[in-house]
Write a protein that binds this ligand. Structure first.
Ligand code: UD1
Ligand code: CA
Length: 458
């Protein structure tokens, strides 16, 4: 097979985004925009060259080591951008992908590349027929053959009526590309070197110009401003949900479910409405993600149940544990198998053992809690002494009575009991009962005596 180099055009200023951040780093369903063409390029190309803007740190990071990045210092247009990539390219075929067209499907590029090779074309461009071609380059044809692409701002009124647009995706024969690019002049409304002009140059030279039209024109939607970012994200989001549903996940209401591209979910998991699942999240099989839950960067094993409105950040939850409703796992929690974390429980950087129960209104921070522990309602680990975070350790089978304050650093031994309402400041040995509260006073008949006294005073 012929060698194939992919060039990703990602140096545009993205002015229409009105952002301090480069357009290509804006996120679409959990990935930077440019990650989409990168993924596509990697599936086809022997080498990938990405043209990036001068301030590149973030871009180079996203690109990874297998991608050659070249800086386009003066942004003089798409043709100029491709010229910058020349030294990084090989012979054979050059696939050009715009950085801002994340919906392109693998099958479409496959069709483009194979058509290009079979036809032995100098260039094969990917076109789309769209309802509203405004802003795109229009494809001009003569007797069916593409002769030229004219940009919106350079088009005549008649040309503007053409609904076939250039997508900025091309396959080129490398030699033909470089010789034609050398002839491109910035003689257009923007004074830029347009890559689109290569098409006319090759056509005039009698070279073979081919075109493949995308079946689903939404693939050609570009992201130039924030409205398009949202519109494209809506389509991408739906694709993600379709992929998950095809894999056996129940999405009760796709219209109100937001799952990022980076998420994996096992079969027979049910995702309720109004949920957000994002980042590097892995969810197992037969789980339930309750309504209103927000899960980010977390790993849930099989059969985990999140009751409604549970918030998880960077958590690991083992098999069969149940959380919520209304619980909040802040970063760094590990919940053991079969554990039960209930209403209004906030946990941070804590390890909770198997089958431990922390059912109601509580705060557990910087704690290591053993197995089968019962933590009563209202229990607080006082983990902050005003200067540092301090650890709490609770042994297996311990029982912490309701409304206890565990003042860290503190260790509660295995099987120990803490009486309700205690403020525990000293370590409790295994098997002991620790109790810290004033003795209860009972005055029999006190209420009647008080009433009698009041009657007398009146
Ligand atoms: C471009 C095409 C237009 C096509 C449309 C499809 C040209 C002249 N126009 O227009 O025919 O219909 O895409 O979406 O090619 N870029 C650089 N360096 C530059 C300029 C752009 O790297 O100097 C990159 C951008 O980051 C972007 C891509 O090239 O990824 C396209 O540039 P953009 O300015 O978005 O072109 P469009 O106006 O969309
Ligand atoms: Ca564009």
């Amino acid at each position: 097979m012929d060698a194939l180099t992919a060039i990703i055009l990602a140096a545009g200023e993205g002015k229409r985004m009105r952002s301090r951040q480069p357009k290509m780093l804006h996120r679409l369903c959990g990935r930077p925009l440019v990650a989409y063409p990168l993924r596509l390029a990697r599936t086809f190309a022997d080498r990938v060259v990405m043209v990036v803007p001068p301030s590149t740190e973030g871009m180079v990071q996203v690109a990874g080591d297998d991608v050659t990045t070249v800086i386009q210092r003066d942004r003089l247009g798409t043709g100029h951008a491709v010229m910058q990539a020349k030294d990084g390219c090989g012979q054979g075929t050059i696939l050009v992908l715009p950085g801002d067209m994340p919906l392109l499907a693998v099958e479409t590029i496959e069709r483009l590349v194979s058509h290009h090779k079979t036809a032995g074309a100098a260039v094969t461009l990917l076109t789309a027929i769209v309802d509203n071609p405004f802003g795109y380059g229009r494809v001009l044809r003569q007797r069916g053959r593409v002769t030229r692409i004219v940009e919106e701002r350079d088009a005549t009124d008649d040309q503007k009526k053409i609904s076939e647009i250039g997508t900025s995706v091309y396959c080129f024969d490398a030699q033909r590309l470089w010789s034609a690019l050398a002839e491109v002049r910035p003689d257009n409304d923007q004074g830029e070197y347009y890559l689109t002009d290569v098409v006319a140059i090759l056509s005039r030279a009698g070279a073979r110009v081919e075109a493949v039209t995308v079946a689903d024109s939404s693939e050609a939607l570009g992201v130039n401003d924030r409205k398009q970012l949202a519109a494209v994200a809506a389509i991408q989001r739906r694709r993600i949900l379709d992929r998950l549903m095809e894999g056996g996940v129940t999405i009760v209401d796709p219209a109100s479910t937001y799952i990022e591209d980076t998420v994996t979910i096992g079969p027979d998991t049910v995702v309720a409405p109004q949920t957000v699942i994002e980042g590097a999240t892995e969810i197992g099989s037969e789980c339930v993600i309750g309504a209103g839950s927000h899960v980010s960067g977390s790993r849930l094993a099989d059969r985990v149940v999140l009751k409604p409105y549970s918030i998880l950040e960077d958590a690991v939850v083992e098999e069969g544990a149940s959380l919520g409703p209304f619980c909040h796992l802040r970063p760094g929690c590990h919940i053991g198998a079969g554990a039960e974390i209930g209403n209004f429980a906030e946990l941070k950087k804590s390890r909770i053992g198997r089958k431990t129960k922390i059912h109601h209104v509580s705060y557990t921070g910087d704690a290591t809690v053993g197995e089968r522990v019962n933590v009563g309602a209202g229990t607080i680990t006082c983990n902050y002494d005003g200067q540092r975070k301090q650890p709490t350790v609770i042994g297996d089978d311990a029982f912490v009575g309701t409304n206890s304050s565990l003042v860290a650093p503190i260790t509660i031994g295995e099987g120990a009991y803490i009486g309700s309402g205690s403020v525990i400041t000293k370590d409790v040995p295994p098997g002991a009962l620790a109790l810290e509260r004033g003795p209860q006073t009972v005055k029999e008949g006190w209420a009647a005596r008080r009433k009698a006294q009041k009657r007398k005073d009146d």
